[in-house]
Design a protein around this ligand. Structure first.
Ligand code: 9UX
Length: 72
């Protein structure tokens, strides 16, 4: 089965930042979809919890250079 997470992503200064965040998340195993909304500072991620957890997703966004926090 799959899970959905919404994270706040702070520090996206231009639209291309969203692409960087999506790429960083999609590089992880167990990601079904990653949609990043630069206007609302949000990342919506659908993932398989047997393979990856929210903290790993959050850290991947941080490692890409943004502040990330789990919202839901
Ligand atoms: Mo835009 Mo973002 O020049 O990482 S791509 S600020």
């Amino acid at each position: 089965s799959e899970s959905t997470a919404v994270l706040s992503v702070v520090g996206m200064s231009c639209a291309a930042c969203a692409g960087s965040v999506e790429k960083a998340v999609k590089r992880l195993p167990g990601i079904r979809e990653a949609i990043v909304d630069v206007l609302n500072n949000r990342a919506h991620v659908i993932f398989y919890p047997s393979f990856v957890n929210v903290e790993t997703i959050r850290e991947a966004i941080e490692d890409a250079g943004f502040e990330a926090a789990l919202l839901t």
